[in-house]
Design a protein around this ligand. Structure first.
Ligand SMILES: Nc1nc2c(ncn2[C@@H]2O[C@H](COP(=O)(O)OP(=O)(O)OP(=O)(O)O)[C@@H](O)[C@H]2O)c(=O)[nH]1
Ligand SMILES: [Mg+2]
Length: 307
């Protein structure tokens, strides 16, 4: 499953402009939800592909959701995303980004309050049947509601029921939209130019690579690669996820038939010039299902195909 992020922000802060910058997809219609795919740029990918002679190069991707405006109903569409990008207007000169961030965090908390209160109402009704486990859930939900009423985000609440899917536990990545930070207006204009030309107009990295770098930091992500003659591809995992989970993200059959995996660091593969030469130099390791995948690993899963 690709990484999924939601874009939130006050009206007119530049959410849809960010969406367009990240995905390259047209999303100009205001008042509509937009969903698109952003490729994750990674310089290592082309270098690995060149060494193994892949015909096809496929970057890892992020699914991006842009919801118009705020309000509990709209924000509720973001319960399944992995992180929230908060767009703050730092361009019009009419807003205070710190205050806007605080306001937005409050909106997220209000949306969570709504969500928890609705659930409480439903479970309270069902608990009249006398089922003790439902009574426990009612008590738990009441405690959660009291926590929210103290204006505290649910990320500070220990032991939340996993099915609750709150918004205020998600990592927030701040995107200040303005000439001093990520200039989305400029980025939107540069999106029309070829990549090399666009780079000449920027002082630093592109908005896309800047946002991706912050997401990787905020979510503690790692990239691993698969590399063969037909395709070299990048994938993302959370740090600490293991080889079996890496296999699952590639294909469930590969995970099911997992025997072991061969791991080479991407730069060892590049300097060796081929998988075979890397193996000859002793730079290829054999790992099992529980191996924690490291950033930059090139992985080849040995598996028995399902019958
Ligand atoms: N000058 C300038 N204008 C911007 C910038 N970012 C966005 N805008 C303009 O602000 C307006 C709103 O931008 P959108 O990206 O549609 O904002 P939004 O947050 O999606 O707005 P809603 O979905 O209606 O809440 C557009 O006319 C943009 O061109 C910027 O960095 N600089
Ligand atoms: Mg919009």
């Amino acid at each position: 499953m690709p990484l999924e992020v939601g874009i939130v922000g006050l009206p007119n802060s530049g959410k849809t402009t960010l969406f367009t910058t990240l995905t390259g997809a047209a999303g100009q219609v205001s008042g509509k939800e937009h969903v698109g795919i952003a490729p994750i740029e990674d310089d290592r990918l082309a270098r690995v592909a060149q060494v193994v002679g892949s015909a096809k190069v496929t970057p890892a991707t992020i699914r991006v959701v842009d919801v118009p405006g705020t309000g509990a109903q709209l924000l509720g569409n973001l319960r399944q995303v992995d992180a929230l990008l908060v767009v703050l207007d730092d361009w019009s000169g009419t807003r205070n980004p710190e205050e806007d961030l605080a306001m937005l965090e409050l909106e997220l908390l209000v949306a969570d309050r709504d969500h928890v209160a609705k659930r409480l109402e439903r479970v309270e009704k069902q608990a009249k049947s006398g089922d003790p486990s439902l009574k426990t859930e009612v008590a738990e939900l009441e405690r959660i509601l009291a926590h929210i009423d103290g204006e505290r985000p649910l990320r500070d609440y220990g032991g939340l029921p996993p099915e609750l899917e709150p918004l205020t536990t998600k990592p927030l990545v701040e995107i200040r939209n303005g000439p001093g930070a990520i200039d989305l207006k400029l980025e939107a204009e540069l999106a029309e130019l070829p990549a090399e030309e666009a780079d000449q107009f920027r002082d630093g990295p592109s908005a896309l690579s800047d946002v991706v770098a912050r997401l990787f930091e905020g979510l503690d992500l790692v990239t691993f690669f698969t590399a063969g003659d037909t395709e070299t591809r990048a994938w993302t995992l959370r740090r600490g996820q293991n080889a079996l989970e890496a296999a699952e993200s590639i294909h469930t059959d590969i995970a099911r038939g997992f025997i072991r995996c061969e791991v080479i660091r991407w730069d060892d593969l590049v300097t060796s010039g081929s998988h075979a030469e890397a193996a000859r130099r002793g730079l290829m390791r054999l790992e099992g299902k529980t191996y924690a995948v490291d950033d930059g690993d090139v992985i080849n899963v040995r598996f028995s195909p399902p019958r």
